[in-house]
Ligand binder design. Structure first.
Ligand code: FMN
Ligand code: SF4
Ligand code: SF4
Length: 272
């Protein structure tokens, strides 16, 4: 059974921008009337995502601790249930994607979606400019675009992917996320130009009274956006254990990883 698709909803969360870049490249390849639901900022998440009939949905999220970000897990669980074709995509920082793709697949199935394609791409790590440095690069984006063309083929033929092909080497979804226990930041007042880029890019409104120096750590999800997106490099991480963990990750994940692409078996090898 082929799908009669006339629109493409891109639903994504992207505090530091890699997921957004990959999602847009994939949608370029799909080339079916795209509309974007960028769930990064809280004001957007207040509105419910409405999905039309005959709409292909691209779901794309970053990997946090080998799983999906907790706030996205909750969000996906409320998407309108119904039989519709989706592609499940995660982007990770060259360490590993753990169970994130399996988790996304399972959430899709719980909403009655048909998973026609899945992939894990690489983006620069939110905590480092060395891990996955400057990715997605042009080659990653081209890979994502070709994957999008493959999705388009999958929509017009007959193909879903089965969960078991995703399971290779990534275990069960029961593992808890492995996240840093606590991340704290310091503002270097002499470097800060009070532009409030950090405040307005925070996906959980964690800055108290919009003050760049004052974070509610109970709200902060440690996404790294306020540090990465500061144009004056005025923010730094403080916690020694956390910095040691990042140094260990950098030392042990030097080799650039390649995207993992999952498409129905009846599609030509070219798309993989
Ligand atoms: C809290 C947190 C946990 C992360 N965990 C992982 C991980 O388990 N494996 C990995 O390779 N990258 C990990 N990363 C890196 C992100 O997956 C990567 O930077 C991704 O590109 C972020 O997407 P974005 O740029 O759209 O925000 C983590 C980043 C954060 C902020
Ligand atoms: S983004 Fe950087 S320079 Fe701008 S207010 Fe925040 S810390 Fe200051
Ligand atoms: S305060 Fe926390 S949640 Fe907000 S942007 Fe910074 S790291 Fe992300």
């Amino acid at each position: 059974m082929a799908y009669e698709v006339i629109r493409n909803a891109m639903v994504y969360f992207s505090p530091t921008g890699s997921v957004r870049a990959i999602a847009r490249s994939i949608s370029q390849g799909v080339a079916i009337n795209p509309r974007e639901f960028d769930l990064t900022l809280p004001s957007v998440r207040e509105r419910k995502v409405t999905l039309e009939d005959a709409e292909f949905v691209l779901l794309a999220f970053p990997v946090y601790g080998g799983r999906l970000p907790a706030i996205m897990r909750a969000y996906i669980s409320q998407l309108p249930r119904g039989k519709r074709p989706v592609a499940a995509v995660v982007v990770y920082g060259n360490v590993g994607f753990g169970d994130a793709l399996l988790e996304l697949y399972d959430l899709c199935v719980s909403r009655d979606f048909d998973v026609v394609a899945a992939a894990a791409f690489i983006g620069e790590h939110a905590y480092s400019s060395v891990l996955g440095s400057k990715r997605p690069n042009e080659a990653d984006k081209e890979r994502a675009r070709v994957f999008g063309v493959g999705i388009r083929q999958a929509l017009f033929t007959d193909g879903n992917i089965v969960r078991s092909i995703l399971s290779k080497g990534s275990g069960a979804t029961s593992k808890p996320p492995q996240l840093p226990s606590q991340i704290t930041f310091m503002l270097r007042p002499r470097s800060c130009e009070s532009c409030r880029n950090c405040v307005y890019s925070c996906p959980v409104s964690a800055f108290i009274n919009n003050d760049p120096a004052n974070i509610d750590y109970d709200k902060c999800i440690g996404c790294g956006a306020c540090i990465k997106l500061c144009p004056h490099k005025a923010r730094v991480y403080m916690d020694d254990d956390f910095l040691d963990d990042v140094a260990w990750m950098v030392a042990n994940n030097q080799d650039p990883k390649q995207p993992a692409i999952y498409l129905p078996p009846n599609l030509p090898e070219y798309f993989r």
